[in-house]
Design a protein around this ligand. Structure first.
Ligand SMILES: [Mn+2]
Length: 233
């Protein structure tokens, strides 16, 4: 049976950044992604495909049933009308442009979109929202990827509450958070300190979380991947 095809975004590196290449490949591009995202899609019954950064975003959306915007580096702050007050993570303007282009195309041809971590922030900024540029309390980079570092509480009646119940414990590997919520979006998950950990679009099948469900030991049965694949069917 044909399974829903889910596109996964990644990051651009060069041959020199990857171990085991010969030096003449140093300047060649390599797009990479974390396999855990694909495993989450596979467990939920979808067919994951990786999206090279050079594909035309409209063409990509035409050929997909669903989209997963993944984690990664900070979005360049000029995209939400600010200058940088942190230089912790180097920007990837080419990736910013590609992922905003995908979301432009999604608005034309609605298909389900799941955003994780950076993807959550990309969805917010694309809708005109902004970010808090440095929130070290959530940057638990010294913890293992499966460590449930803080609780999140879901808005009653939200899609996320249908998936997870009133609250759950999550990992936390982000140093930025959603500040102003973008147009059409609703904050439906928050940490105790108020950090917005989940967003849902009011009219479109767009859902995002700030934590990393693909890293947790519950990945094979995490309902958020089923949400994406089911809505892509
Ligand atoms: Mn967090």
């Amino acid at each position: 049976m044909k399974r829903p095809v889910i596109g996964i975004t990644g990051k651009r590196r060069f041959g020199r950044d990857l171990a085991g290449n010969w030096s003449s490949m140093s300047d060649s591009s390599a797009d990479v992604f974390w396999v855990m995202y694909a495993e989450g899609i596979l467990s939920a019954g979808g067919f994951p495909v990786f999206l090279p950064i050079d594909v035309d975003p409209v063409d990509a959306i035409d050929n997909l049933d669903g989209l997963l915007l993944t984690g990664g580096t900070d979005i360049e702050p000029k995209n939400y009308g600010e200058t940088s007050d942190t230089d912790l993570f180097p920007y990837e303007p080419v990736r910013d442009e590609f992922e905003f282009g995908l979301l432009d195309a999604v608005v034309q041809t609605p298909l389900p979109v799941l955003g994780i971590c950076r993807g959550h922030q990309v969805i917010n900024v694309h809708s005109g929202g902004s970010l808090n540029q440095h929130v070290p309390e959530h940057a638990a980079f010294d913890q293992t990827i499966t460590t449930r570092f803080h609780e999140v509480f879901f808005e009653n009646g939200s899609e996320l509450s249908h998936l997870y119940g009133p609250k759950c414990e999550v990992n936390s590997f982000h140093h930025q958070t959603v500040d102003r919520v973008g147009e059409g979006l609703e904050a439906t998950a928050r940490a105790k300190d108020g950090a917005i950990e989940g967003l849902e679009h009011k009219d479109l099948p767009i859902l995002s979380v700030q934590w990393h469900p693909e890293m947790l030991s519950t990945r094979p049965t995490d309902p958020i991947f089923s949400w994406l694949v089911t809505n892509a069917s």
